[in-house]
Ligand binder design. Sequence first.
Ligand code: AMP
Length: 198
Amino acid sequence: MMNLVLFGGPGSGKGTQSARLIDNYGLYHISTGELLRDHIKRETEIGKLANKYISKGHLIPDDLMISIIEDTLDGEAKGKRGVIFDGFPRTIPQAEALADLLRRRGTDLHAVVGLEVPDEELTARLLNRAKESGRSDDNPETIKERLDVYHNQTQPLREHYIRQKKYIPINGKGDVNDIYASIQEGLRHQTGREPLKK
Ligand code: AMP
């Protein structure tokens, strides 16, 4: 098994790089943002609650997020070669819960791929994406809030995973193919795993 976290600010390229990693390493993709947007679209109770937070650029409560992850691990993700967590964890309690959930299932978190992109570039990318994404949270005020939330609540995880020697820093600026190549190299170094296909 290989379980990975793809870590980085909003607009850092987590979705783009996940797509290739899933395919090349045969991993199951859990994007918490996508799961929540799907609930919103289906107008479920979770969706109605989540929308209140997402539309303001705030994080949804840890308990809710953790229980969604737990259900997914025991549902669709069960028996897969490994999981790529995209957009989760975003807080220290979420990171602690993830370690516990994996441990209780006899596995571990093998690496955290950190896509490092300066704020100005993140803002520019998100404003650009806003033109076509149709996402309620891709607008100038919410983008600013999401960056603040990222710095205050999520960035401390970087240190947390550096201390655990799981963090692979990746320069997230530049050509997507070059970024992917550095991720592959970082994973080889950190975990000894090779992709199933290149
Ligand atoms: P994303 O697509 O990853 O940028 O997530 C969009 C929004 O979904 C975030 O701004 C949060 O409101 C919510 N969200 C996604 N993942 C999490 C998480 N791990 N914890 C709390 N809220 C989350």
